[in-house]
Design a binder for this molecule. Structure first.
Ligand code: ADP
Length: 551
């Protein structure tokens, strides 16, 4: 027997419709790429997004066509986002931090027809335009006075592009499983692969991401997504904020500590989200200038593990709650959340800190399990490591154009329908998951696994350390042993002995790095995470002192 409730397809245009009807005057504030702070409202974003739809239709864009953005978080990006998805076209966020050749490859692979870009990226667009096979229209997201001159093609100003178009257009009315967004994984292993979100997956994921124990935002919140929209939908915040009527604050091109601090304070932000490197910059800035946070209540940190020093600084020094999140592009992206349980609240402070350093428990809509190489489940005892597999309505089933297919249906799944995250994790008795490594980054020493992340998290807490990475280096006896690579803070010169002494006692003896090297800069990848591939390349011929001794 079927239920007798209404058919109301879960399409993302309803999110902005809801904001326009219920929160028309709630602000969306942007640090514009041109410089000044600009202010708009959900009502105006809705009207201008409709103009985007009409402008796209006039240029021949049809439902299912791909429209790319190479853009920061701004109000115009939000308009292009809803204007494209609302009409049933697919909004493809391109990560501008990739190499120009990769960007061109991705745009050609997606067969994007229109490219919206911030003027910051005009040099990249000029460079790749001759290689783009399908892009017919290049829209610079600015007004006529600020459009850069192109050497090779014609750039239309965004304001001219939408000018004169009607502020009403039909949105929705299609199947909720229609594609809404496209986002490529960074391709650290092989060619980038496109994750094709549906309207339904985006709506369900946004609702899941805003449960009380996840982001828990409401109409009284002021939300600053530092995490870019090109990094897996700004972790759903571009949907969550209009859905619940939070004021939205967008940082544009300026993500440095001083600029973010200024927005947090002047706009009275209560909730913000970004990868740890952003918070390291903010905390350094606040310490240097002896600053306090007067309105911020919660900060979501994910994309890589929260370093203990960052967790302690926010919670102990600034009274801001850290929400540790784990996920990936293929999961829309949030998979687990580190909010504490009553069992944790009954513990002492230090045990709570330990618990918060874990990646947390599965959200509703995510099934999670750890298995061995044969797929047999591992116990949830907080000790046994296993491959972390997931399943859910906002988890990828296949990649765009069947890239990386693992079965004849083109799916990228295990035989039992789960998706292998490529992460290795433990799950404890309370269901709290802890990533111990990327499967490809674990250090295999004498047949046992060492977690590079655990050591990194400790090392960044040592004096004079700006950032730290651990990689496995070849060893004649043990196969691999850990090498600690440290980027010192400006002016600091931590020694090998000081660093090893700091780590000693905090991890098992056999996990201790065999050597330490200082580098000027730890290379970061396109999503702001440590680029281990580049580090492994840099140190591929590195001879550990212990290896020389064993030879
Ligand atoms: P990429 O794999 O290309 O970097 P994502 O941005 O989707 O793409 O990154 C997903 C990966 O980032 C996860 O599989 C995991 O390894 C890592 N990650 C994300 N959040 C965390 C976290 N809180 N702690 C540790 N690792 C994390």
């Amino acid at each position: 027997m079927l239920g007798l409730m209404q058919d109301w397809p879960l399409t993302v245009d309803r999110i902005l419709d809801h904001a326009k009807i219920n929160f028309p005057r709630r602000e969306a504030v942007t640090r514009s790429v041109e410089g000044p702070i600009s202010r708009t409202t959900y009502g105006t974003v809705w009207r201008r997004a409709k103009q985007v739809t009409n402008a796209l239709i006039e240029r021949g864009i049809r439902p299912g066509d791909r429209v790319a953005t190479l853009a920061w978080n701004t109000e115009r990006h939000l308009e292009a986002w809803f204007g494209t998805m609302g009409m049933g076209a697919v909004l493809h966020t391109v990560n501008p931090r990739l190499f120009p050749e990769q960007i061109a490859w991705i745009i050609n692979h997606a067969e994007d027809q229109v490219l919206f870009f911030d003027t910051t990226f005009a040099p990249i667009v000029d460079k790749i335009a001759p290689h783009l096979k399908t892009v017919k229209t290049f829209v610079a997201m600015t007004d006529r006075d600020h459009v850069p001159k192109s050497e090779v093609t014609h750039f239309v100003a965004y304001e001219d592009f939408i000018h004169g178009h009607a502020q009403e257009a039909t949105w929705g009315g299609f199947d909720e499983n229609t594609a809404a967004g496209l986002c490529y994984t960074s391709g650290t292993t092989g060619e980038p692969k496109g994750v094709l979100y549906s309207h339904r997956s985006n709506v369900l994921h946004a609702m899941a991401a805003n449960q009380a124990d996840v982001f828990g935002c409401g109409a009284s919140d002021v939300v600053l997504p530092v995490v870019p929209m090109f990094h897996a939908n700004a972790w759903a915040i571009a949907f969550v904020a209009p859905m619940c009527g939070s004021k939205l604050v967008m940082p544009g091109a300026k993500l440095d500590g001083a600029s973010i601090y200024e927005l947090l304070e002047t706009e009275k932000v209560t909730f913000t989200a970004a990868v740890p490197t952003v918070w390291l910059m903010l905390l350094n800035h606040m310490r240097e200038h002896n600053l306090k946070l007067s309105t911020l209540k919660r900060v979501a940190i994910g994309g890589s593990a929260v370093p203990e020093a960052v967790l302690r600084a926010f919670e102990e020094d600034y009274g801001v709650e850290v929400i540790h999140a784990w996920g990936m592009t293929e999961m829309s992206p949030i998979g687990s959340i580190g909010k504490l349980l009553p069992e944790h609240h009954a513990m002492d402070h230090e045990s709570r800190i330990r618990a918060k350093l874990k990646q947390g428990r599965a959200l509703f809509t995510v099934d999670m399990k750890i298995v061995d190489d044969e797929g047999a489940p591992k116990p949830h005892d907080g000790k046994a490591f296993g491959r972390l597999l997931v399943r859910g309505p906002a988890v990828a089933r296949a990649y765009f154009k069947n890239a990386g297919a693992r079965n004849d249906k083109g799916e990228c799944l295990e035989p039992d329908g789960f998706f292998d995250t490529g992460d290795v994790a433990t799950i404890d008795e309370l269901g709290v998951m802890q990533i111990t490594d990327r499967a490809k980054d674990v250090i295999k020493s004498g047949g046992e696994w060492i977690s590079s992340i655990d050591i990194e998290n400790i090392a960044v807490g040592a004096e004079g350390v700006a950032n730290a990475a651990v990689i496995g280096v070849a060893h004649p006896k043990w196969d691999e042993r850990p090498l600690l690579i440290v980027e010192p803070k400006p002016g600091a010169e931590p020694t090998r002995e000081q660093l090893l002494a700091f780590i000693d006692g905090k991890i098992a003896k056999w996990w201790m790095p065999d050597d330490v090297v200082l580098v000027e800069k730890i290379p970061l990848g396109a999503t702001g995470k440590i680029n281990k591939l580049a580090l492994r390349e840099m140190f591929k011929d590195y001879k550990l002192p212990s290896a020389q001794a064993a030879e």
